[in-house]
Design a protein around this ligand. Sequence first.
Ligand code: 0GY
Length: 296
Amino acid sequence: MSAFQMDKDWLPFHPNPSKPRFRVPPGSVDAHCHVFGPGDVFPYAPERKYTPCDASAEQLFALHRHIGFERSVIVQATCHGADNRAMLDALQRSNGMSRGIATVRADVTDAELAALDAAGVRGVRFNFVKRLVDTTPREVLFEIASRIAPLGWHTVIYFEGQELPELYDFFTSLPTVVVVDHMGRPDITKPIDGPEFGLFLRLMREHSNFWSKVGGPERLSKAGPPDYADVAPFARHLVTHFPDRVLWGTDWPHPNLKGHMPDDGQLVDYLPSIAPTAELQRQLLVDNPMRLYWSR
Ligand code: 0GY
């Protein structure tokens, strides 16, 4: 029996996703996904706020073969804290076809950063979602961002839309490219041209070092699958207005979803509704992630 029991209200990832009808362009990158454990090999962090289902690198790569993706960016999730071993193991197994986003503490050494870089890490993640992490002082985060900037890494930020006004000045002070997870989690019941999403659009418009991930409709939607019709306009707006600064990812194995677990094949079939032309699809799925993650 495993030393870790998944939280009782947790849904495991979809056991047999459908084969997508939409064929993604050759060389497509899943730019936001995770590996969890297995907990007996890579234990979950003592300070974690949830215990996930195990979701191994081999299971992730099998999903990618099934849905047609060749490369991936594996993002360190909070349940592993700053212990990046599960993610690094997945990078090694990928033979250069995966890059990583790590979590590091302020006391990380230059030698440790260099080793992460050699393993394929290209950024760090700062999480501001209160249900997921305890607060880290901004001076500490700024110091980490300053340390990674010379490596050419970027900062990935995850926050809830209503927190953006308070975080805006800190975000725009960061000395790196900044990639926003899940479109900054807008409240999609509010208008796309209203003040809340408007502030996020202003961030994108006025700060050309900001990029946005446009996946994760299952986290935001009230309308639900397969069309996620209430979220698609927000993602499409970003893809069409900032075509060279958007990324897409499955978010497999979909941590913390309660009630609805998406079919990853359906998530791929959702792509043409947010990237309506072949050109936009190629930018979103191939050109942009290749430029950010595989330029060296
Ligand atoms: C995501 C979303 C979530 C979790 C994490 O690091 C994490 O634990 O990011 C969430 O609960 O919304 O992108 O994986």
